[in-house]
Design a protein around this ligand. Structure first.
Ligand code: ADP
Length: 889
């Protein structure tokens, strides 16, 4: 049909939009115009050829603009698809010719957006009007109705072809079996899978078809069951039949019966959905997870011995690739000089440990075709799925046949550092296996390498620590060795000062004594510093009055300051709490070092110690301690360095001032330990100002009261009182110190018997009941602590006096008993509660506590000051002997 008619005439009504020709209006009288709102209407002037479409065609045809409704019949016809166009054109021709009275046909129309819709076109030629023939009608969207099977019942033939096409195109594998499992029909998906047509398949044995004969029996059983019961069966089944990408096939199977007219099972349809690929993907995901978790485990094996880590890796690679065997071949590299092989546990089950260890790693060089010793040739990942050279078997003493393997290297730069080999998987190694192996071994090698570096670093740190400890031990022992003779020398000087000397001699003795004390201080500093540096010192926190502490600390400097004609002032500024909590002795040590330096390096002017206190937050007090002098100053380039140990501004050769170069180092260490800071300002020939900033907790009233009570008790204890003569055993290995102690004791009115080691002391105690024992701590053969333990634990029976000890006791000229027993008879039991005084050149903080912890009662540091000895013995008498005597009465 062609659009050769043209409409001419009036304007169309408002909802009539598209038109062609010169017909502006509907030619129907107003009462007959089809104003049907959103219904698609059309009017075709058969004589003029023009067509008028209502606006509702726009949305129906998915037109985007009003102007898209173009007039003419072609506008509609061009959208009618395929066969329908012919039908429509025929129908229109029949209506125009008068053969048909009415148009009533559904057509499939293509919309502007390329989608399709079914439209029912209905119309007829209106009675003549104004001499024109108008063919008017409507278009109704009936797509939904078309889909309803009430309007579109399946035709038998259609159904068959539909089902056939469904079978042909289904990705699911479908086979129709007869009772003998003969395939009567296979859909194309099944051919593709089986690689045989049903005709071919039917003539094959199970093996020829690629199945394990036993397996097909299982399927036959299932089919029989469906034939017998007529029931549907569903199951998952894995066959050995390989897919292209997997060694086995797993599928979800459904078997259902087809019945004949008598209701008997005629055939069985078997449908299976191949899950192999999906399972492989799941497996891959599982392997990835396993790989990540194994690597994660590896990162947490820092404390595990290296061999165990390697063994773990060897086991994991076998597990990851489902291999029966694996080994790691460690090649000589920057990290590992020795070549080694780590075998998996399955090897260990095959070989005795000594056999495994006796395998020469070099035999593995050509392992599985990987020539790692080839020099220059890159080592590549290698997968081989057929038995390797029988020569390889010899390495395993014919006990293991390598059927297939995969090897990958872990590289260190461009050199292989490690080769991971897996072998004898049940089925073929795939690229995915090699990839998993490669990823795992590379990750594992990175972790192993990191372990190496960390442990090398740890070893280096340990070595440094050991060296530092050795240095500290050396310093401590040297200091101790220096202290002992110095102690003897100072003791002799003290004794000398007590003797009748001319004023000049007395002056010399005094100076010698002072110099010795300075030397002693330097040695103490060395020990102190070495302890601080190694972090082996604790603060002794207690409430104390900082102002009082400063006043007390400065007292010892006034005499020296006035001798140098220097003004020494203490200024306290701000609000001082009654007491703060800190280590008073260490604060004194800081003040002592700073003021000592100020005095040493100032020749004229003044020294000012300024202490500022202010509250800082609740319960805290900020203390700023400044020592300012008008001395020689410190050159700028040295100002940071002077806080380092053994650093002094004056070079050794020209040094005018005494010192060890440790004072400021100790100050800095102490401040760091107390959480404080130190700063220094200095100008050459103008002076130096050193400021220490610290924050202390303010002592509570309760703490202050307790402290005051403790101070008043110890003051009372220190009040001297008369001590009656005692008979004292002295154990001291250093001859001079021994002699000095004897003379000191005699000078104090006591009687002393001296022995030179711990064994002799115990022997002497079995001969005579001494009032107390004064013992050096560090002695050869048996030290002071050992003696104490023997006494306290009543472990003395095996000590029998030697002739030397008997002689020493005899020489002591003791009052009672006169007869020293000979042999075992008459030997005394040592009193476990014997008072013991420790004397030691270990004079640092903590030493006293350590000795007391071991059961000693009193402590005197070397060099022993006669006044301290007097006080200690008086206290000992009061506390230990007097109560005993009173009890006896
Ligand atoms: P020492 O005083 O025992 O030598 P220190 O560690 O206390 O050791 O001081 C290190 C060096 O810093 C001193 O030798 C001295 O050169 C310099 N120094 C320290 N305090 C002062 C000061 N107040 N004035 C000038 N120089 C100082």
């Amino acid at each position: 049909m062609t659009n050769n008619a043209t409409l001419k005439g009036n304007r169309p009504p408002d909802d009539m939009l598209g038109f062609s020709g010169s017909l502006p209006t509907s030619v129907l009288p107003a009462d007959r115009v089809m104003s049907l709102g959103s219904i698609c209407t059309w009017e075709w002037d058969l004589d003029a050829g023009a067509v008028l479409y209502s606006g509702a065609w726009g949305p129906l045809l998915a037109l985007t603009a009003e102007g898209d409704i173009k007039g003419g019949l072609d506008f509609l016809l061009s959208r009618v698809s395929g066969d329908d166009l012919e039908i429509l054109e025929t129908a229109l021709a029949k209506i125009i010719s008068g053969e048909w009275g009415e148009l009533d046909i559904p057509v499939l129309i293509k919309r502007h957006d390329n989608t399709c819709t079914w439209i029912l076109l209905r119309g007829k030629i209106a009675p003549e009007c104004s001499g024109r023939r108008i063919f008017a009608g409507i278009g109704l969207n009936i797509s939904r109705l078309r889909l309803s099977n009430r309007f579109c019942p399946p035709h038998a033939d259609d159904a068959q072809s539909t089902y056939q096409s469904m079978l042909d195109n289904s990705p699911v594998h479908i086979v129709r079996f007869d009772r003998h499992m003969f395939p009567l029909y296979m859909n194309p998906a099944m051919y593709e899978f089986s690689r045989y047509s049903p005709e071919q398949m039917g003539g094959l044995t199970a093996e020829e078809a690629g199945y394990d004969p036993g397996e097909l029996g299982y399927l036959q059983e299932k089919i029989n069951e469906v034939f017998d019961t007529g029931k549907i069966m569903k199951f998952r089944w894995t066959t050995s039949r390989p897919r292209m990408d997997a060694p086995k096939t797993t599928g979800d199977y459904c078997l259902w019966p087809e019945f004949d007219a008598d209701g008997k099972v005629k055939t069985v349809i078997c449908q299976f959905y191949d899950l192999t690929r999906q399972i492989a993907q799941e497996e891959n995901t599982r392997f990835n997870e396993m790989r990540f978790s194994s690597l994660h485990q590896l990162t947490h094996m820092d404390d595990v011995p290296e061999d165990d880590v390697m063994f773990f890796v060897a086991e994991k690679i076998a597990e990851l690739t489902k291999s029966a065997f694996s080994h790691l071949h460690i090649l000589p590299s920057a990290l590992q000089s020795a070549e080694r092989i780590i075998w998996s546990s399955s090897h260990r089950a095959l070989f005795a440990p000594e056999e495994l260890n006796s395998f020469d790693p070099s035999v593995m060089r050509g392992e599985f075709g990987m020539d790692v010793a080839g020099g220059g040739e890159p080592v590549m990942t290698c997968v081989q799925n057929h038995p390797v050279d029988p020569a390889t078997q010899r390495y395993f003493k014919d006990r293991l046949f390598v059927s297939r393997f995969a090897c990958v290297p872990a590289m260190e730069g461009n050199q292989a550092a490690l080769i991971a080999a897996v072998y004898n998987k049940d089925f073929e190694y795939s690229e995915a296996d090699a990839r998993q192996l490669e990823l795992f071994i590379t990750g594992a090698w990175h972790i192993i390498r990191r372990r190496h570096y960390v442990s090398a670093l740890k070893n280096a740190v340990d070595e440094v620590q050991l060296a530092s400890e050795a240095k500290n031990r050396f310093l401590a022992s040297v200091s101790h060795e220096l202290r002992t003779p110095l102690n003897g020398m100072l003791s002799m000087l003290q004794l000398l000062e007590f003797s009748n000397l001319t004023p000049k001699q007395a002056e010399y003795a005094k100076r010698a004594n002072n110099t010795g004390k300075t030397l002693m201080r330097i040695i103490s500093d060395i020990i102190d510093y070495s302890r601080m540096e190694s972090g082996r010192f604790d603060l002794d926190m207690a409430p104390f009055d900082i102002a009082e502490c400063l006043r007390g600390s400065l007292k010892i400097f006034y005499a020296d300051a006035s001798r140098k004609k220097l003004a020494l002032r203490l200024s306290l500024k701000g609000e001082f709490p009654e007491m703060i909590v800190g280590d008073e002795a260490r604060i004194r040590q800081i003040v002592f070092n700073l003021v000592g330096n100020a005095l040493k390096f100032t020749d004229s002017g003044e020294i000012e110690v300024i202490c500022k206190a202010k509250a800082q937050g609740p319960g805290m007090s900020a203390i700023e301690l400044t020592v300012r002098d008008t001395g020689i100053g410190i050159p700028e380039e040295m100002q940071r360095k002077v806080f380092d140990a053994f650093t002094q501004v004056d070079p050794l050769a020209t040094r005018k001032h005494q010192g060890s170069g440790l004072g400021l180092g100790i100050v800095r260490q102490l401040l760091q330990r107390m959480g404080g800071a130190v700063s220094l300002k200095s100008k050459i020939n103008k002076g130096t100002t050193i400021t220490c900033s610290l924050v202390f907790p303010i002592a509570t009233q309760e703490e202050i009261d307790a402290r005051r009570l403790a101070l008043s008790v110890s003051k009372a204890e220190k009040t001297p009182f008369a001590c009656p003569p005692m008979i004292i055993l002295v154990a001291e290995d250093d001859q001079v110190s021994r002699m000095a102690m004897k003379l000191f004791l005699e000078k104090l009115g006591h009687t002393a018997v001296c022995v030179s080691n711990g064994r002799e002391a115990l022997e002497a105690l079995r001969l005579y009941r001494f009032d107390c024992l004064i013992t050096d701590v560090l002695m050869p053969e048996m030290d002071g602590i050992d003696i104490t333990m023997h006494i306290r634990n009543r472990d003395f029976q095996r000590f029998r006096p030697s002739p030397e000890t008997i002689m020493a006791v005899k020489e002591g000229d003791l009052p009672e008993p006169k007869d020293i027993p000979a042999g075992d008879k008459g030997l005394l039991d040592i009193d476990a509660g014997l008072p013991i005084v420790a004397v030691s050149a270990h004079a640092m903080k903590g030493d006293r506590e350590r000795f007391l912890e071991h059961g000693m009662d009193y402590y005197l540091s070397k060099p022993v000051q006669i006044e301290c000895l007097r006080g200690t013995l008086a206290q000992l008498h009061k506390e230990r002997l007097l109560p005993k005597a009173t009890n006896k009465l």
